[in-house]
Design a protein around this ligand. Structure first.
Ligand SMILES: Nc1nc2c(c(=O)[nH]1)N[C@@H](CN(C=O)c1ccc(C(=O)N[C@@H](CCC(=O)O)C(=O)O)cc1)CN2
Length: 283
């Protein structure tokens, strides 16, 4: 069996077209959804990601501002910028690109963002909302993974989902989202003794570790849905995920590629969250 691809670029095109339609409707009522993207330092990958976020806004009718600061920016100055953006009525969503330089406490900066503008979904209030089922923004990467699973018409009720990785940004929120759809969820991590024994039981596997070949064909139940969140480089310097794609695609039922899978969906869900932040703002 060769797995069917879940194409993040194609799904993104469909979802972004819907964002553009809704943004135009909002504009007609006098509100242009606005996103502020804050980048500190010169991390090469971050520069590409923020550029792609700004372009995605431009292409789909959202207003965006990109604020770039040198790596030496103080934490206090960054907090002051966040405060100014919290009070700017033309800005509905704020994101501070991660990672931040080591002298800045990233969590402190995230907590300074007004929860109603936290379109990254990283604020503790957003995490609490996800946990309790209250209204709030979901982190874009796991939210994108859920949309990919939804796009194949897969019913998670009663299925066993294994999430590999326990970060606050992907692993933990991913597990909560799967749970909310009535999956039975297992979270595996670096101290899990026999990862393969867990993943072989899974109907759905989400790999979010940041290490190549964490998931190989012998660890996958035939027909499983495999979502690859990893973003790594192989020995030739080519982008690859956490999953041994060539091997696993011969066993899985569905699989996401890297590139062209979860990555573009992360940016798409940022647009969705920003649009919703603007829609929720009273006129
Ligand atoms: N404030 C945030 N910081 C970070 C986030 C985030 O969601 N919010 N996530 C990651 C990086 N990230 C978005 O910021 C991101 C990573 C990758 C992609 C993407 O589209 N990848 C492409 C390949 C791109 C390439 O060629 O290098 C793909 O997978 O096809 C989008 C967004 C950490 N920081």
């Amino acid at each position: 069996m060769t797995a069917q691809l879940i194409d993040g670029n194609a799904l993104s095109r469909t979802l972004r077209a819907d964002v553009a339609t809704r943004a135009a409707a909002l504009k007609a009522r006098g509100v242009t959804p606005g996103l502020a993207v804050v980048l500190v330092g010169d991390n090469a990958a971050s520069q590409v990601y923020v550029r792609n976020k700004v372009k995605a806004c431009e292409d789909n009718g959202l207003h965006s501002v990109l604020e770039k600061y040198p790596a030496e920016l103080s934490e206090a100055d960054l907090l002051a910028r966040v405060d100014a953006l919290n009070n700017d009525p033309s800005i509905h969503g704020i994101l501070v690109q991660l990672p931040l330089p080591a002298h800045i406490d990233a969590q402190k900066v995230i907590e300074a963002i007004a929860p109603e503008k936290d379109v990254d979904g990283f604020h503790v209030a957003s995490a609490g909302a996800l946990m309790t089922g209250a209204s709030g923004f979901w982190p874009c990467t796991p939210y994108g993974c859920m949309k990919m699973i939804e796009s194949i018409g897969y019913d998670l009720r009663g299925k066993h989902a294994v999430v590999i990785g326990r970060s606050n940004i992907v692993g933990k929120p991913m597990a909560l989202m799967l749970l909310a759809k009535n999956a039975t969820v297992t979270i595996c991590h670096s101290a899990t003794p026999d990862l393969g024994a867990m993943t072989r039981q899974a109907d759905v596997i989400v790999a979010a570790v940041g290490k190549r070949n964490v998931l190989t064909a012998d660890m996958v139940k035939p027909g499983a849905v495999v979502i690859d969140v990893g973003m790594n480089r192989n020995d030739e310097g080519k982008l690859c995920g956490d999953v041994d794609f060539a091997g696993v695609r011969e066993v899985a039922g569905w699989i996401t590629p890297v590139p062209g899978g979860v990555g573009p969906m992360t940016i798409t869900m940022l647009l969705v969250n920003t649009l919703e932040a603007a829609e929720r703002t009273p006129l």
